[in-house]
Write a protein that binds this ligand. Structure first.
Ligand SMILES: Nc1ncnc2c1ncn2[C@@H]1O[C@H](COP(=O)(O)OP(=O)(O)OP(=O)(O)O)[C@@H](O)[C@H]1O
Length: 579
C-alpha cells in the first residue's frame, strides 16, 4: 500500500480504490487542505516520507477524481494563451488524458524506459507541461533547458547527462542536428511542430494517434524525477538531481504559504520553461489544485505583461526582480489589475526601491523568496507575515536555516556568514539528491551539519535573512567587507539608474575597490558622465555607510545576464581582474 495514500487518510485511499476499479463504500473525499496536512506531518517527522510517490498519479489524478465526483468544481488546471487569439484550457481531467497520451508516445515511439533521461527544450508551448507530466507517468527523468541554448550548450548537456532523447521545436532542431552525431547516447529526437523534419519524430502527430490508456509507473519517492543544470552564474552549470518527493511533495507548503495559492487561484509565473522556476510553479500550483496560466512570450515585454494582467483574471503573479525593475518604469496607474492580489519574486536580490514603487503604484506587496536549483523555498516572506524591506524573509519550514562560519558552526544573530541549511541528523525531504556524477562537489557543499548555499548573509534577531551576495561577489576593500546588493540597492534609489551591478575592481592601495556598472534611464542617458558619477557617489554615501560608495563607475548599455535573466557579476569581475 502506498504510504503516501495512508498519509492522506483512508478517505483518499478508498477514492483511489474506486478510481482503480476496487469498489468499497466511499466516504467523502478530502479537501485540498489534506495535502498540506500530510506535508506538515512529514515535515514534523510524525509521518515517514512515503516509500512510493508519483505526483501525476498521487496528486494530479486525485484532482481529476474530485472533479469527476463533483467534489471540486471543474476549474481549469492549465490555461495557455499566445496573445494572437489561440488558447488552450485543460481541466485536470483533460490534462490527465493528454498527458497519458504523451506518456504513450515516450514509451512506445521513443522506447523510453523508467530511469532513461530526456532533454526537454521547448518555448512556452502547452507541450512542455504535457511532456513534463508524461515523464512523471513513465518514470523518465526530464532535463529541462532554455530555448536560447547554443550548439555548444546543447552538446555539453546531452553528453554529460547521457540523455537518450530530446524534444524541441523548429528553432532548435537544426542546432541539435549539427551536434547529435557527437552525442552517442541520443537515440530519438522529437519535434513539436506542424511540419516534419528528416530524422525526427513528430510529437503532435504521434500524440493524436496515441491511446489515452496508460498506467502510471510506480516510482519510489527518492527516484530521480528531474535533472536541472544550474544557471551557471558562477561557473560551468552543474547537474542537480531532484527526486519525485523533493519536488512533488516538497513544494506543497510553498504553494500555500509563500505563493498564497488556493484551489480557485490562477497563477502566472513569467519564467522560461527551461529554468528551475518552471518547476517552482508547476508543483506548488498543481499541488494546491490551482490553475497554471501561461502566456507564450518569446521575450520579456513589459507592456504585454501589464496588458495580460489587466485582461485575464490572474490572481497570483511571479516575475524575477529584473522584470519588476522594468515594470515599475512604466506608468502602472494606466492599468487595472482586477483580480491580482498576491505578487512574488525571487531568483536574485530585490532592491527595496523596486518593491516600494510596485507597492505604491499597485497597492500590492512583493513577497520575495529565496532558494536554489538544489532546494525548494529556503526563505520567504510568507503570506500574512510582516515584510521587512530588503530582507528575503524567514526560514521556510521544514528547513532549519542558519548563518554559519566556514566550519559549519552557527553564528549569532547579526553576524555575517554563510547561509546554511541543516541537513544532519535529518536531510530534509525537499532537497536535491546530489550533484550528478560529482560526489566531490556534493561533499564540498556540506560543512558540519549544514549544506552551504555559497551565499553570504545575516539573520536578525527576529529570524529575518538579509542577502549580502554570493560568496565570490563580496568585495573586500581595505578590510571592509561589502555586499554588492547593498550598494546596488542604494544606487537603484537614484532616478538615473535603470539597472546596475557592483563588483570588485583592483586597486593599488586598497587591494580592491567597489566598481558599479550602471545602465542609465532614458532621461539621464545624455547627462555629463563625470558630473553624474559624482552625483551617484554622493547619493550612495548618503543612503548607506559611506565606505561602500563606488570609487569606480562605468556607464554601460546593458549588463551580462544568464538566460534566466540574472545578472552575471562574475563576468564583470573577471573582466576587471583580467581573468
Ligand atoms: N531572493 C533572492 N535574493 C538574492 N539572491 C537570490 C534570491 N533567490 C535566489 N538568489 C540567488 O540565486 C542562486 C540560486 O540560483 P540557481 O540555482 O539558478 O543557480 P546559480 O547559483 O545562479 O548558478 P550556478 O550555481 O551555476 O552559479 C542563489 O544561490 C542566490 O545566489
Amino acid at each position: 500500500m502506498r504510504l503516501w495514500l495512508r498519509g492522506l487518510g483512508l478517505q483518499v485511499l478508498r477514492s483511489f480504490q474506486k478510481f482503480c476499479g476496487v469498489h468499497t463504500q466511499v466516504p467523502p473525499l478530502p479537501v485540498p487542505q489534506k495535502i498540506l496536512d500530510s506535508w506538515e506531518a512529514i515535515s514534523l517527522g510524525r509521518q515517514p516520507v512515503p516509500e512510493y510517490f508519483n505526483f501525476a498519479h498521487d496528486v494530479l489524478d486525485m484532482w481529476t477524481q474530485l472533479e469527476k465526483t463533483g467534489q471540486r468544481p471543474s476549474c481549469p488546471a492549465f490555461w495557455w494563451v499566445d496573445g494572437k487569439g489561440a488558447e488552450v484550457k485543460w481541466s485536470f481531467e483533460e490534462l490527465g488524458k493528454q498527458s497519458r497520451k504523451a506518456a504513450n508516445v515516450l514509451g512506445d515511439a521513443c522506447s523510453l524506459q523508467p530511469g532513461d533521461r530526456m532533454m526537454l527544450v521547448l518555448p512556452r508551448l502547452p507541450e512542455w507541461w504535457l511532456v513534463s507530466v508524461a515523464c512523471m507517468r513513465t518514470g523518465v527523468v526530464m532535463i529541462p533547458g532554455v530555448s536560447q541554448l547554443t550548439e555548444k550548450d546543447l552538446k555539453y548537456r546531452l553528453q554529460v547527462s547521457r540523455a537518450k532523447s530530446i524534444i524541441t521545436s523548429d528553432s532548435l532542431a537544426p542546432h541539435v542536428d549539427a551536434i547529435s552525431s557527437e552525442c552517442p547516447t541520443l537515440q530519438t529526437k522529437l519535434l513539436v511542430s506542424d511540419t516534419s523534419r528528416p530524422g525526427w519524430l513528430n510529437f503532435r502527430e504521434l500524440l493524436q494517434e496515441a491511446s489515452t490508456k496508460h498506467s502510471c509507473v510506480r516510482t519510489k519517492s527518492q527516484d530521480a524525477l528531474a535533472i536541472y543544470f544550474t544557471s551557471g552564474t558562477t561557473g560551468a552549470p552543474k547537474m542537480v538531481e531532484h527526486s519525485h518527493c523533493s519536488y512533488g511533495l516538497g513544494f506543497v507548503a510553498s504553494g500555500s504559504r509563500w505563493m498564497g495559492l488556493t484551489g480557485s487561484d490562477i497563477f502566472w509565473n513569467t519564467t522560461d520553461t527551461g529554468w528551475v522556476k518552471a518547476a517552482w510553479s508547476l508543483f506548488p500550483t498543481w499541488g494546491i489544485g490551482s490553475c497554471l496560466f501561461v502566456h507564450e512570450m518569446p521575450r520579456v515585454d513589459t507592456k504585454l505583461i501589464l496588458n495580460t494582467l489587466s485582461r485575464f483574471p490572474i490572481t497570483n503573479l511571479c516575475c524575477v526582480p529584473t522584470i519588476f525593475r522594468l515594470l515599475v518604469q512604466e506608468d502602472l496607474t494606466k492599468y487595472q489589475f482586477q483580480s491580482l492580489r498576491h505578487c512574488l519574486t525571487g531568483g536574485e536580490a530585490l532592491n527595496p526601491d523596486v518593491r516600494d514603487k510596485w507597492k505604491s503604484q499597485t497597492g500590492l506587496e512583493l513577497h520575495e523568496g529565496y532558494g536554489q536549483s538544489e532546494t525548494v523555498t529556503i526563505c520567504a516572506n510568507a503570506r500574512g507575515t510582516k515584510i521587512k524591506s530588503g530582507s528575503m524573509g524567514r526560514a521556510s519550514p521544514p528547513y532549519d536555516v542558519q548563518i554559519v562560519d566556514d566550519e559549519g558552526n552557527v553564528l549569532p544573530p547579526g553576524e555575517e556568514g554563510n547561509i546554511g541549511v541543516r541537513i544532519r541528523p535529518t536531510r530534509p525531504f525537499c532537497f536535491f539528491n546530489c550533484y550528478l556524477d560529482n560526489p566531490e562537489k556534493t561533499a564540498a557543499s556540506e560543512q558540519g551539519d549544514f549544506y552551504i548555499t555559497g551565499d553570504r548573509g545575516r539573520m536578525d534577531a527576529d529570524g529575518y535573512f538579509w542577502f549580502l551576495g554570493r560568496n565570490d561577489d563580496v568585495i573586500n576593500s581595505s578590510s571592509y567587507r561589502i555586499g554588492p546588493v547593498e550598494v546596488e540597492s542604494a544606487l537603484a534609489e537614484h532616478p538615473a539608474v535603470l539597472e546596475c551591478a557592483v563588483v570588485s575592481s583592483p586597486d593599488p592601495i586598497r587591494g580592491e575597490v567597489v566598481k558599479a556598472f550602471i545602465v542609465l534611464t532614458p532621461a539621464y542617458s545624455s547627462h555629463d558622465p563625470e558630473a553624474l558619477t559624482r552625483e551617484l557617489q554622493e547619493h550612495v554615501k548618503k543612503v548607506t555607510a559611506p565606505y561602500k560608495y563606488p570609487r569606480k563607475v562605468a556607464f554601460v548599455s546593458e549588463l551580462p545576464k544568464t538566460v534566466s535573466g540574472k545578472i552575471q557579476r562574475s563576468k564583470l569581475r573577471n573582466q576587471e581582474w583580467g581573468r
